[in-house]
Design a protein around this ligand. Sequence first.
Ligand SMILES: [Zn+2]
Length: 511
Amino acid sequence: MFEKIMELALKRGFLIQSAEVYNAPAGFYDFGPVGTALKRKIQEAWRNQFIRREGNLEIETCAILPEIVLKASGHVGCFADPLVECIKCAKKHRADELIRNYLGKNKEELKKKNPKALELKTEGMNAEQLTKTITELGITCECGGKLNEAKPFNLMFKTNIGAAEGNTAYTRPETAQGIFLDFQRVFKAHGAKLPMGIAQIGRSFRNEISPRQGLLRLREFTQMELEYFFDPQNQKHLKFKEVENEEIKLYTREEQMKNSEKETRITARELVEKKIVPNEIMAYFLVREKQFYDAMGVKKHRIRHMLAEETPHYSGGNFDVEVETSYGWIETVGTAYRTDYDLKSHAQASKKELSVFIEERKEKIIPHVVEPSFGVDRLFWCVLEAAYRQANKEQGKEWDWFDFPTSISPIDVAVFPLMKKDGMPEKAREIEKTLREEGLDVLYDESGSVGKRYARMDEVGTPYCITVDYETKETGEVTIRFRNDGKQIKVKISEIARTIKKCIKEGKVSV
Ligand SMILES: [Zn+2]
């Protein structure tokens, strides 16, 4: 399934392998025109839900950070994956991944010979434990060579600022740090009151050891992160009432320990009452994340409570949104209660005041933070997988296509003249112009048969196609063809824009 979707995504220009003509290294993808449009619409939908509707603030910070920042944040010391090297061919492998792949591939054999091994969890293992496991299981490189000891490999791209040596810097591994660094200024300039949410959408970088899974593991990727700063003595959320009865699907720690896949349906209020989440704020965002994924058409999701050994020492609780894909369950959103860890670390390292004054208590505090952090590229892939439909002749689809929600379809509407004559192209061009002026994403196409044009539009998930035909001149009407059932309706030219906009709003994809 992965291959088929990737093939269509490459064919229709959603994605382009970066520096393809040079066979450049893996882990880098460019977005073609329809891919860029889809990504932009996903980001815009996020901006609407997590920034505008919440009254949060958006900033844009630099991608290159001096070493001292990332020392303070802990990334220079700890942001690493375990690396092992083959003694024979020198190939480098990520140790934990190697073990997981080995267990996956040898499941049946291990069931008989060494069933205990199948219960191994690499999450939370240190380098020494990973080395020991590799030796005990007798895992080798694919060339048959033995592997040396696991060592941490830092995942940041290193560079140097200016001409003089010694000004080490890194490309940021997450957008969050820029928000912490700017917090004081934004806070003072925007009312100096908690709670305050500050968000950012931007590129981050991780020098992955061996990225292989398309968009799921990239070396350069886009994040959408929100840092919600609040007074630790007030862990309520003002809009909690709006979500308290909403249910999420929780994958509990207990079920994970049992290697069971069972999910628990639980409301936001129960999450708080049973103290599964640290506070209302966390429960609030988990529901908003679930709603956002539903709106993106990605329905196979659950919220996983991260195991204690995977959770950073300073964290008050971490929850991931996981989505079931052709790769199995993958993490696509991390929601973390980062406490005051980041601001405190930067205050210590910079020796600057990063606390705020609480008027009511006449007290200085360092705010606490809950952070929902989304990976756009992974979400983009989940959207493609969720919307992908295989050809089905009985349904009149002789081609694979995408069933995107109308709110994020890369192209809103296509306009075709039936023939390249008798004034049809001119009329169609006029309609195209009007629809563009109405703010819609429009594509004009006159090449090939109408059937071929429909097929191309289905392949990029365009929900509506408008055709100007012989009758248009006399009746002043065009046909609108709906993507999902291929059925058509007649509409007056003056009514096209209004009709299309209404359909987009209602998510209407069939007659
Ligand atoms: Zn080897």
